[in-house]
Design a protein around this ligand. Structure first.
Ligand SMILES: *Cc1c(COP(=O)(O)O)cnc(C)c1O
Length: 473
């Protein structure tokens, strides 16, 4: 029997995994979550902790059981994690062993950021399911830098997918642009838009809102609200806990997570609900601190987004928080819909005292500003010789500020390779981080990218002319 997935707003049909994978958002505007949490396989019976792909199959199997053939799932998972540079995929390294502080490096994938861990698998799952159905889709997305390259690497060369990524021209870093535009695959299309990231996002939304266009070209997204991405991220929490046990550290464990859309840390919460013994989640934010204020006060209040050194966390509304609110509300979809409706309308919302009482035992938030971020990068380098990127530094700073029990080991998730943000790292360390060997010639590779005006019709014409899905040619 397949596991059912329900919407956080309680009004969309229940779906099985394959449909959740392809649909993304529920028809009532909510996000899909499993109807009940599967139980993690016992640690003693499992594979050795560092066999990442095998652990991944064991942890994820209950989510997909009945929807995909086991051998096919094993093959896709093995392929996805074979693209990583490190044999452990996500190695756990000591940050300060005396104080029980660890880093889990999630940045050894093709594009050097943690999004590869989910997207390398999800791209393959999409392709597999579409091939099974004999269908094709057109992926469209907007990026301010990181997500675009991870999505492109996940979708390149897949027969059932074409991918179009819009980025704001001249406003992403050189490394970020080249990671997208130097991919030579015929199904990859980069659009440098004459506009801001918000303009890019508005055009993508407008394309989805154009029902005729959306239907004709079967538009789809691989964004962070897709439950398949959450599922893939549960794995490294389990791997971290098992690796710690291998180091002789008894449970429980705490995690500190640099957070934007709340997808990463929510996957940790899912692992906890599945039985992983976690005593604390520290949610790290940069100066865009709506989550810090939420975990302090149970009150959500929007403010303007400020640009920072950790751009993947420059977010005011963390979409995956809805999944936690649903749990805190006792899985009451109507209450969750009302809370979010009020938030959208007024820009503020308050969690009632009952559900709010669920926050304190497990959750803390901490804000790390720009000066503190540089200080943490410099300090970490001078103490350990390790360079960490600004997102990871927010996690390390948050861990120091909000850790509750010094006896409980704390794992900070390192979400990007330092060479992805070389300027900030060089400023703090006085030395520039080097790209890994396989990307050393990135600056010399030929780029493929079209420049378009901030004009919906122009972008739609380009997509229609270059996708293999639809009737325009
Ligand atoms: C996306 C991203 C984050 C934020 O992760 P969420 O799942 O959105 O909370 C943090 N760091 C880096 C480097 C990222 O790319």
């Amino acid at each position: 029997m397949s596991l059912s997935y329900v919407s956080t707003r309680g009004k969309a049909p229940e779906l099985a995994f394959a449909d959740v994978l392809l649909e993304g958002l529920a028809t009532d505007g909510g996000l899909y979550v499993p109807e009940q949490w599967p139980v993690l396989p016992g640690a003693s019976a499992g594979p050795p902790p560092l066999d990442y792909a095998r652990t991944a199959v064991d942890v994820m199997w209950p989510f997909v059981n009945g929807q995909i053939d086991r051998a096919a799932f094993e093959a896709l998972t093995a392929e996805a994690y074979a693209t990583f540079d490190h044999p452990d995929v996500a190695p756990l390294v000591p940050l300060d062993e005396d104080r029980g502080l660890w880093l889990m490096e999630l940045f050894h994938g093709p594009t050097l950021a943690f999004k590869d861990i989910a997207l390398q698998l999800v791209g393959r799952l999409f392709d597999h399911e579409l091939a099974r159905r004999g269908e094709r889709v057109t992926i469209v997305g907007a990026t301010s830098g990181d997500t675009g390259s991870a999505a492109i690497e996940a979708c390149r060369d897949r027969d059932s997918l074409d991918i179009f990524v819009l980025h704001p021209r001249g406003r992403v870093s050189d490394v970020q642009r080249r990671q997208m535009t130097t991919v030579p695959s015929a199904n990859v299309h980069n659009i440098a838009l004459d506009g801001s990231f918000d303009d890019c996002q508005d055009l993508v939304k407008a394309m989805f809102a154009d029902e005729a266009f959306r239907g004709r070209h079967r538009l789809a997204a691989v964004n962070s609200i897709n439950f398949a991405r959450v599922m893939a991220q549960v794995v490294y929490y389990v791997v971290a806990a098992r690796a710690l046990a291998g180091e002789g550290a008894a449970p429980p464990v705490g995690f500190a997570v640099p957070t934007g859309n709340f997808g990463n840390v929510y996957a940790g919460y899912a692992a906890h609900r599945m039985g992983l013994d976690v005593s604390q989640f520290v949610v790290g934010s940069n100066v865009n601190d709506i989550l810090t204020r939420f975990f302090d006060s149970a009150r959500l209040e929007i403010r303007r987004v400020m640009p920072t050194m950790s751009p993947s966390m420059d977010i005011q509304v963390s979409s995956n928080l809805e999944r936690l609110l649903f749990e805190l509300n006792g899985r009451d979809g109507a209450a969750t819909a009302a809370l979010l409706g009020g938030f959208r309308a007024a820009g503020v919302a308050e969690l009632p005292p009952g559900p709010a009482a669920g926050l304190a035992p497990l959750w803390s938030g901490a804000r790390v500003d720009e000066a503190q971020t540089l200080e943490v990068i410099g300090d970490t380098y001078h103490r350990t010789g390790m360079m960490i990127d600004p997102h990871t530094a927010v996690g390390v700073g948050a861990a120091a500020a909000a850790r509750r029990d010094p006896e409980v080991p704390l794992v900070v998730l390192a979400t990007a390779h330092p060479a992805k943000f070389p300027d900030a790292v060089a400023r703090a360390c006085g030395r520039r981080p080097a790209l890994p060997e396989r990307l050393a010639d990135l600056g010399e590779r030929p780029e493929r990218c079209v420049e378009l005006d901030n004009d919906l019709a122009a972008v739609q014409r380009f997509v229609a002319a270059h996708t293999r899905v639809g009737g325009d040619r």
